[in-house]
Design a protein around this ligand. Sequence first.
Ligand SMILES: Nc1ncnc2c1ncn2[C@@H]1O[C@H](COP(=O)(O)OP(=O)(O)OP(=O)(O)O)[C@@H](O)[C@H]1O
Ligand SMILES: [Mg+2]
Length: 292
Amino acid sequence: MQLIMEHLSKQFKNKIAVRQIDAVLSEGIYGFLGANGAGKTTLLQMICGIIEPTSGEVKVNGENNIQMGERFRDILGYLPQEFGYTPGFTAKDFMLYIASIKGLEPKYAKRKTIELLRLVNLEKETNSKIRTFSGGMKRRLGIAQALLNDPKILILDEPTAGLDPKERAYFRNIISEMSKDKIIIISTHIVSDIEYISDQVLVMKKGDFILQGTPEELLDKVKGEVWSCRIPHKKWVGFESRYCVVNSHVLANDVDARIVSLEAPIDGAVNVEPTLEDLYLKCFSDEMEAGE
Ligand SMILES: Nc1ncnc2c1ncn2[C@@H]1O[C@H](COP(=O)(O)OP(=O)(O)OP(=O)(O)O)[C@@H](O)[C@H]1O
Ligand SMILES: [Mg+2]
Protein backbone atom coordinates (compact mmCIF):
# COMPACT_ATOMS: atom_id res chain seq x y z
CA MET A 1 0.00 0.00 0.00
CA GLN A 2 1.28 3.42 -0.87
CA LEU A 3 -0.15 6.80 0.07
CA ILE A 4 1.37 9.69 -1.81
CA MET A 5 0.95 13.42 -1.29
CA GLU A 6 1.92 15.32 -4.41
CA HIS A 7 2.53 19.07 -4.17
CA LEU A 8 -0.45 19.21 -1.86
CA SER A 9 -1.63 22.74 -1.01
CA LYS A 10 -4.69 24.29 0.59
CA GLN A 11 -5.52 27.93 0.67
CA PHE A 12 -8.47 29.44 2.59
CA LYS A 13 -9.12 32.93 1.19
CA ASN A 14 -5.75 34.59 1.83
CA LYS A 15 -4.50 32.01 4.36
CA ILE A 16 -2.24 29.23 3.07
CA ALA A 17 -2.86 26.35 5.51
CA VAL A 18 -0.84 23.68 3.66
CA ARG A 19 1.92 24.52 1.21
CA GLN A 20 3.25 22.21 -1.47
CA ILE A 21 3.59 19.08 0.61
CA ASP A 22 5.25 16.01 -0.89
CA ALA A 23 5.44 12.72 0.98
CA VAL A 24 5.36 9.00 0.31
CA LEU A 25 3.92 6.75 3.02
CA SER A 26 3.78 2.96 3.21
CA GLU A 27 2.76 0.61 6.04
CA GLY A 28 3.80 1.92 9.44
CA ILE A 29 3.07 4.60 12.01
CA TYR A 30 3.60 8.23 11.08
CA GLY A 31 3.54 10.96 13.70
CA PHE A 32 2.61 14.40 12.37
CA LEU A 33 3.92 16.79 14.96
CA GLY A 34 3.08 20.47 14.85
CA ALA A 35 1.99 23.45 16.93
CA ASN A 36 -1.54 24.85 16.89
CA GLY A 37 -2.36 26.15 13.43
CA ALA A 38 0.51 24.29 11.71
CA GLY A 39 -1.97 22.79 9.23
CA LYS A 40 -2.29 19.23 10.57
CA THR A 41 -6.10 19.01 10.48
CA THR A 42 -6.30 20.58 7.02
CA LEU A 43 -3.73 18.12 5.70
CA LEU A 44 -5.52 15.13 7.24
CA GLN A 45 -8.85 16.29 5.84
CA MET A 46 -7.30 16.38 2.37
CA ILE A 47 -5.84 12.90 2.84
CA CYS A 48 -9.32 11.65 3.87
CA GLY A 49 -10.88 13.33 0.84
CA ILE A 50 -13.16 15.53 2.99
CA ILE A 51 -11.79 18.75 1.58
CA GLU A 52 -10.37 19.26 -1.87
CA PRO A 53 -6.83 20.54 -2.26
CA THR A 54 -6.33 23.93 -3.89
CA SER A 55 -3.60 22.24 -5.90
CA GLY A 56 -1.84 18.90 -5.90
CA GLU A 57 -3.38 15.56 -5.02
CA VAL A 58 -3.43 12.51 -2.77
CA LYS A 59 -2.89 9.14 -4.43
CA VAL A 60 -3.51 5.67 -3.04
CA ASN A 61 -1.62 3.02 -4.98
CA GLY A 62 -1.45 5.45 -7.88
CA GLU A 63 -5.15 6.45 -7.84
CA ASN A 64 -6.60 9.80 -6.81
CA ASN A 65 -8.30 9.42 -3.40
CA ILE A 66 -11.40 11.48 -4.24
CA GLN A 67 -11.92 9.75 -7.58
CA MET A 68 -11.71 6.36 -5.82
CA GLY A 69 -14.88 7.32 -3.90
CA GLU A 70 -16.37 4.39 -2.02
CA ARG A 71 -13.36 2.15 -2.69
CA PHE A 72 -11.27 4.65 -0.76
CA ARG A 73 -13.78 5.05 2.09
CA ASP A 74 -13.87 1.26 2.44
CA ILE A 75 -10.19 1.20 3.40
CA LEU A 76 -10.17 4.43 5.42
CA GLY A 77 -10.68 4.90 9.16
CA TYR A 78 -10.82 8.45 10.48
CA LEU A 79 -11.09 10.06 13.87
CA PRO A 80 -11.71 13.78 13.35
CA GLN A 81 -10.30 16.31 15.81
CA GLU A 82 -13.82 17.49 16.62
CA PHE A 83 -16.06 14.50 16.76
CA GLY A 84 -19.82 14.79 17.22
CA TYR A 85 -21.25 12.15 19.55
CA THR A 86 -24.96 11.65 20.01
CA PRO A 87 -25.34 11.94 23.80
CA GLY A 88 -28.50 9.85 23.99
CA PHE A 89 -26.88 6.85 22.22
CA THR A 90 -25.20 4.06 24.11
CA ALA A 91 -21.66 3.12 23.08
CA LYS A 92 -23.08 0.10 21.25
CA ASP A 93 -25.84 2.10 19.49
CA PHE A 94 -23.25 4.61 18.36
CA MET A 95 -20.93 1.95 16.97
CA LEU A 96 -23.78 0.24 15.10
CA TYR A 97 -24.94 3.60 13.76
CA ILE A 98 -21.47 4.42 12.38
CA ALA A 99 -21.24 0.87 10.99
CA SER A 100 -24.49 1.36 9.10
CA ILE A 101 -23.23 4.65 7.63
CA LYS A 102 -20.11 2.79 6.53
CA GLY A 103 -22.37 0.20 4.90
CA LEU A 104 -21.14 -2.72 6.97
CA GLU A 105 -23.09 -5.97 7.28
CA PRO A 106 -25.21 -5.94 10.49
CA LYS A 107 -23.85 -9.28 11.69
CA TYR A 108 -20.25 -8.24 11.10
CA ALA A 109 -20.98 -4.84 12.71
CA LYS A 110 -22.29 -6.45 15.91
CA ARG A 111 -19.30 -8.76 16.22
CA LYS A 112 -16.84 -5.97 15.49
CA THR A 113 -18.58 -3.61 17.96
CA ILE A 114 -18.09 -6.08 20.83
CA GLU A 115 -14.48 -6.72 19.80
CA LEU A 116 -13.57 -3.04 19.49
CA LEU A 117 -15.30 -1.84 22.65
CA ARG A 118 -13.26 -4.49 24.43
CA LEU A 119 -10.08 -3.31 22.68
CA VAL A 120 -10.53 0.30 23.84
CA ASN A 121 -11.49 -0.79 27.34
CA LEU A 122 -15.14 0.25 27.11
CA GLU A 123 -16.57 -3.23 27.45
CA LYS A 124 -18.34 -2.41 30.72
CA GLU A 125 -19.83 0.75 29.20
CA THR A 126 -21.29 -1.04 26.15
CA ASN A 127 -24.83 -0.15 27.20
CA SER A 128 -24.10 3.17 28.93
CA LYS A 129 -25.24 6.42 27.35
CA ILE A 130 -22.50 8.60 25.87
CA ARG A 131 -23.74 11.56 27.92
CA THR A 132 -22.34 9.81 31.01
CA PHE A 133 -18.85 9.39 29.45
CA SER A 134 -15.71 11.32 30.42
CA GLY A 135 -13.70 13.10 27.71
CA GLY A 136 -11.21 10.23 27.62
CA MET A 137 -13.97 7.63 27.26
CA LYS A 138 -15.47 9.54 24.32
CA ARG A 139 -12.05 9.72 22.67
CA ARG A 140 -11.63 5.95 23.08
CA LEU A 141 -15.07 5.42 21.54
CA GLY A 142 -13.91 7.64 18.67
CA ILE A 143 -10.86 5.45 18.14
CA ALA A 144 -13.07 2.33 18.18
CA GLN A 145 -15.46 3.69 15.52
CA ALA A 146 -12.52 4.50 13.24
CA LEU A 147 -11.55 0.82 13.32
CA LEU A 148 -14.97 -0.63 12.45
CA ASN A 149 -14.19 -1.38 8.82
CA ASP A 150 -10.72 -2.76 9.63
CA PRO A 151 -9.14 0.12 7.69
CA LYS A 152 -5.87 -0.15 5.81
CA ILE A 153 -5.37 3.59 6.24
CA LEU A 154 -6.08 4.92 9.72
CA ILE A 155 -6.04 8.66 10.33
CA LEU A 156 -6.25 9.90 13.90
CA ASP A 157 -6.42 13.66 14.47
CA GLU A 158 -5.22 14.32 18.04
CA PRO A 159 -6.46 10.96 19.29
CA THR A 160 -5.05 11.44 22.77
CA ALA A 161 -6.68 14.80 23.53
CA GLY A 162 -8.28 14.43 26.94
CA LEU A 163 -6.71 11.08 27.76
CA ASP A 164 -4.97 10.69 31.12
CA PRO A 165 -1.42 9.25 31.27
CA LYS A 166 -2.64 5.69 31.82
CA GLU A 167 -5.03 5.94 28.87
CA ARG A 168 -2.25 7.44 26.71
CA ALA A 169 0.03 4.50 27.48
CA TYR A 170 -2.77 2.08 26.68
CA PHE A 171 -3.50 3.92 23.42
CA ARG A 172 0.17 3.70 22.35
CA ASN A 173 0.13 -0.04 22.93
CA ILE A 174 -3.00 -0.76 20.93
CA ILE A 175 -1.86 1.39 18.03
CA SER A 176 1.57 -0.19 17.80
CA GLU A 177 0.04 -3.66 17.91
CA MET A 178 -2.18 -3.01 14.90
CA SER A 179 0.37 -1.25 12.72
CA LYS A 180 1.74 -4.22 10.78
CA ASP A 181 -0.49 -4.03 7.74
CA LYS A 182 -1.76 -0.46 8.00
CA ILE A 183 -0.71 3.07 7.27
CA ILE A 184 -1.43 4.91 10.52
CA ILE A 185 -1.17 8.68 10.77
CA ILE A 186 -1.39 10.32 14.16
CA SER A 187 -1.41 14.09 14.48
CA THR A 188 -0.49 15.63 17.79
CA HIS A 189 1.47 18.33 19.53
CA ILE A 190 2.24 15.97 22.39
CA VAL A 191 5.69 14.63 21.61
CA SER A 192 5.59 11.68 24.01
CA ASP A 193 2.50 10.24 22.29
CA ILE A 194 4.42 9.47 19.13
CA GLU A 195 8.05 9.43 20.21
CA TYR A 196 8.15 5.71 20.98
CA ILE A 197 5.66 4.27 18.50
CA SER A 198 6.29 6.19 15.27
CA ASP A 199 8.34 4.70 12.46
CA GLN A 200 8.58 8.18 10.97
CA VAL A 201 8.05 11.58 12.55
CA LEU A 202 7.12 14.50 10.32
CA VAL A 203 7.39 17.91 11.91
CA MET A 204 4.91 20.36 10.43
CA LYS A 205 5.33 24.10 10.67
CA LYS A 206 3.35 26.80 8.88
CA GLY A 207 1.85 24.33 6.41
CA ASP A 208 5.05 22.54 5.52
CA PHE A 209 7.06 19.53 6.70
CA ILE A 210 10.25 21.08 8.02
CA LEU A 211 11.77 17.84 9.30
CA GLN A 212 11.18 14.18 8.60
CA GLY A 213 12.86 11.00 9.77
CA THR A 214 12.86 8.17 12.25
CA PRO A 215 12.85 9.33 15.88
CA GLU A 216 16.56 8.36 16.05
CA GLU A 217 17.41 10.41 12.95
CA LEU A 218 15.62 13.43 14.37
CA LEU A 219 17.35 13.08 17.73
CA ASP A 220 20.68 13.11 15.89
CA LYS A 221 19.83 16.61 14.66
CA VAL A 222 19.95 18.05 18.19
CA LYS A 223 22.76 15.88 19.48
CA GLY A 224 25.36 18.03 21.20
CA GLU A 225 22.93 20.97 21.44
CA VAL A 226 21.11 20.12 24.66
CA TRP A 227 22.65 21.43 27.87
CA SER A 228 22.06 21.04 31.54
CA CYS A 229 23.34 24.00 33.51
CA ARG A 230 23.13 26.02 36.70
CA ILE A 231 22.64 29.74 36.17
CA PRO A 232 23.05 32.29 38.98
CA HIS A 233 19.89 34.33 39.61
CA LYS A 234 21.41 37.60 38.38
CA LYS A 235 22.38 36.05 35.05
CA TRP A 236 19.02 34.29 34.62
CA VAL A 237 17.22 37.54 33.81
CA GLY A 238 17.15 37.71 30.02
CA PHE A 239 18.33 34.14 29.60
CA GLU A 240 14.89 32.91 28.66
CA SER A 241 14.53 35.39 25.83
CA ARG A 242 17.98 34.66 24.44
CA TYR A 243 17.91 30.88 24.68
CA CYS A 244 15.52 28.06 23.97
CA VAL A 245 14.80 26.96 27.54
CA VAL A 246 13.19 23.54 27.75
CA ASN A 247 12.94 23.36 31.54
CA SER A 248 13.87 25.55 34.45
CA HIS A 249 13.72 24.99 38.15
CA VAL A 250 14.40 27.95 40.41
CA LEU A 251 16.50 26.91 43.40
CA ALA A 252 17.73 28.89 46.42
CA ASN A 253 21.09 29.92 44.91
CA ASP A 254 20.62 29.50 41.17
CA VAL A 255 18.39 28.16 38.41
CA ASP A 256 18.69 24.57 37.19
CA ALA A 257 17.96 24.77 33.45
CA ARG A 258 17.81 22.57 30.35
CA ILE A 259 18.67 24.59 27.28
CA VAL A 260 18.92 23.93 23.53
CA SER A 261 21.80 25.90 22.06
CA LEU A 262 24.55 25.35 19.49
CA GLU A 263 27.14 26.40 22.04
CA ALA A 264 27.37 26.04 25.81
CA PRO A 265 25.11 28.77 27.24
CA ILE A 266 27.33 29.22 30.31
CA ASP A 267 30.60 27.91 31.76
CA GLY A 268 30.11 24.52 33.34
CA ALA A 269 27.12 23.56 31.14
CA VAL A 270 27.03 19.83 30.48
CA ASN A 271 25.85 18.18 27.26
CA VAL A 272 22.94 15.80 27.87
CA GLU A 273 21.08 13.20 25.78
CA PRO A 274 18.44 14.92 23.63
CA THR A 275 14.75 13.99 23.51
CA LEU A 276 12.27 14.76 20.73
CA GLU A 277 10.72 17.37 23.00
CA ASP A 278 14.02 19.29 22.89
CA LEU A 279 13.87 19.20 19.09
CA TYR A 280 10.22 20.23 19.06
CA LEU A 281 10.90 23.21 21.31
CA LYS A 282 13.89 24.19 19.18
CA CYS A 283 11.71 24.12 16.05
CA PHE A 284 8.90 26.15 17.60
CA SER A 285 10.71 28.46 20.03
CA ASP A 286 10.53 31.37 17.56
CA GLU A 287 6.73 31.04 17.40
CA MET A 288 6.47 31.02 21.18
CA GLU A 289 8.50 34.23 21.42
CA ALA A 290 6.28 35.86 18.84
CA GLY A 291 3.27 34.70 20.86
CA GLU A 292 1.69 32.94 17.88
N1 LIG B 1 -12.07 26.57 7.05
C1 LIG B 1 -11.09 27.43 7.26
N2 LIG B 1 -11.16 28.70 6.84
C2 LIG B 1 -10.16 29.58 7.02
N3 LIG B 1 -8.99 29.27 7.62
C3 LIG B 1 -8.84 28.02 8.06
C4 LIG B 1 -9.87 27.02 7.92
N4 LIG B 1 -9.43 25.86 8.45
C5 LIG B 1 -8.18 26.12 8.92
N5 LIG B 1 -7.82 27.41 8.68
C6 LIG B 1 -6.52 28.02 9.02
O1 LIG B 1 -5.49 27.19 8.50
C7 LIG B 1 -4.40 27.08 9.41
C8 LIG B 1 -4.17 25.61 9.74
O2 LIG B 1 -5.25 25.13 10.54
P1 LIG B 1 -5.36 23.62 11.00
O3 LIG B 1 -6.63 23.49 11.76
O4 LIG B 1 -5.16 22.74 9.84
O5 LIG B 1 -4.11 23.51 11.99
P2 LIG B 1 -3.76 22.37 13.07
O6 LIG B 1 -2.31 22.09 12.90
O7 LIG B 1 -4.71 21.26 12.95
O8 LIG B 1 -3.98 23.15 14.46
P3 LIG B 1 -4.46 22.54 15.88
O9 LIG B 1 -3.24 21.91 16.51
O10 LIG B 1 -4.88 23.78 16.65
O11 LIG B 1 -5.58 21.60 15.66
C9 LIG B 1 -4.79 27.93 10.61
O12 LIG B 1 -4.16 29.19 10.46
C10 LIG B 1 -6.28 28.07 10.52
O13 LIG B 1 -6.71 29.28 11.09
MG1 LIG C 1 -5.96 20.34 14.22
